[in-house]
Design a binder for this molecule. Structure first.
Ligand SMILES: Cc1cc2nc3c(=O)[nH]c(=O)nc-3n(C[C@H](O)[C@H](O)[C@H](O)COP(=O)(O)O)c2cc1C
Length: 169
């Protein structure tokens, strides 16, 4: 387990971090940018759960929203802070979608992470902090309160999807 530090590796506008998972979220594919940003080799990534790059500053509430969204066969968008193997971090703007076989069976999930708009990082960084604070007590009430913080923050902005995509218009 690496100890997180404050060294940031910033994505460039031309960078694209791509990964694929099976239906349980275990990695089946990572591109070179994924390896470069995570600092982890392909051999150590494939077959591992995608939380191998989970950063402790990320609230559980956002991942429950992510899984709820993709399991309902919708696409998820989100600003994500990920952990590097040297303890550093990188922010991304992720788009995660379900993948289907030719006969419409769910075969896994597909993620494309790209340059995160700085205004979005500013907004979500402080929101995630508030969510982590309420999640600290580790109860169902705490998780509900965390989800409530997320919903309240985007309610007057047209909802989560509308707001998050507005950073790219
Ligand atoms: C296609 C796909 C991409 C994902 N990308 C990330 C990611 O970049 N970082 C991350 O921490 N979790 C990502 N997740 C979510 C993880 O599966 C996991 O839910 C999350 O890291 C929280 O882990 P935990 O439940 O063990 O706390 C992704 C999931 C899928 C299906």
């Amino acid at each position: 387990m690496v100890t997180p530090n404050n060294k940031e590796l910033k994505m460039k506008e031309t960078d694209l971090i791509v990964s694929k998972t099976d239906t349980k979220g275990h990695l089946t594919y990572c591109n070179d940018a994924f390896m470069e940003f995570s600092g982890i080799y392909e051999e150590e990534l494939l077959g591992q759960p995608h939380n191998i790059i989970r950063h402790p500053d990320m609230p559980r509430g956002i991942y429950s929203q992510l899984w709820q969204t993709i399991q309902q066969e919708n696409e998820f968008f989100g600003f994500i802070k990920n952990l590097r193997n040297n303890g550093g971090f990188f922010w991304t703007f992720a788009n995660i979608t379900p993948s289907f076989s030719g006969d419409s069976e769910l075969v896994g999930y597909f993620s494309v992470q790209r340059y995160p708009m700085p205004e979005g990082i500013d907004f979500f960084q402080s929101l995630y902090q508030q969510m982590c604070d309420v999640e600290a007590s580790n109860t169902q009430e705490a998780m509900d309160a965390s989800t409530q913080i997320l919903n309240d923050a985007v309610q007057d902005k047209g909802g989560y999807n509308e707001f998050i995509c507005s950073f790219y218009r």
